[in-house]
Write a protein that binds this ligand. Structure first.
Ligand code: ADE
Length: 230
């Protein structure tokens, strides 16, 4: 899978993309992530990426030309399955949305900034808008990092069997059951006996009961199928 991220602040993305599972996915050659600095696609000496909005509301808006240029260049090199814009207006990122994106070949993510981008970009170049939640961030870089993290860990081969994404919370609309490690007793606080029993059938049953109980108590809407699908 290849992910091209277009941003005016590549520094924000460098750290989240170069550690842990995301780093390993790239080292293993399973995912190829490229950052594109939007200012490099400007022609004026100030490398201007934004301008005043038309109309009485004088906020700044990201200009169409540099965005058009970088997307045109990328599309001339390969086909893309999605050109995503990070925006609070977009479809909410869920595990289902991440699952859907993890089986794509090539995607572009455009990080929004300022008051927004020239709407013609959204009308003509963007295929999908994704929000990471109902709150407004200063820019789309953190949203892009979250989208990439949630997607890359699902790409086949990225996670080992023990950490398989199949047991993640939300994967089957259930929260994950509690986990414990040694010591089996600390400070008088004991690990549930069944987990140290060696009875795998009983452990599996306990885990399913816990997942159901936690979901019912903490996120009942997941069981009612109220979450939108990807
Ligand atoms: N940009 C600003 N706020 C955002 C959000 N909630 N999700 C995605 N992109 C954003």
């Amino acid at each position: 899978m290849r992910i091209d991220i277009i941003t005016v602040l590549p520094e924000i993305l460098e750290s989240p993309l170069s550690h842990s599972i995301i780093k390993r996915a790239q080292t293993k050659g399973l995912v190829d992530i490229h950052l594109h600095h939007l200012r490099e696609y400007t022609t004026d000496k100030h490398r201007t990426v934004d301008d005043y909005a038309f109309g009485p509301d004088a906020g700044m808006v990201m200009k169409i030309e540099p965005i058009f240029k970088v997307i045109r260049k990328l599309k001339s090199e390969r086909d893309y399955d999605e050109v995503i814009y990070t925006s609070p207006d977009g479809q909410r990122l869920t595990q289902q949305v991440a699952n859907g994106l993890s089986i794509k070949g090539n995607i572009i993510i455009l990080c929004g900034h300022y008051k927004g981008i020239d709407h013609r970009v959204r009308e003509h170049l963007i295929t999908r808008e994704i929000s990471i939640g109902d709150y407004v961030l200063s820019g789309g870089e953190l949203a892009a990092a979250i989208i990439v993290d949630s997607v890359v860990r699902l790409v086949p081969g990225v996670l080992s069997n023990e950490t398989s994404a199949l047991t993640d919370s939300f994967q089957d609309n259930l929260l994950a059951p509690p986990v414990y490690t040694r010591p089996a007793e600390f400070n008088g606080w004991k690990v549930p006996e069944v987990l140290t029993s060696g009875n795998f059938k009983a452990i599996e049953k306990w885990q399913m009961e816990q997942a159901l109980e936690r979901t019912k108590r903490l996120r009942p809407e997941l069981l009612e199928g109220l979450e939108e699908d990807g």
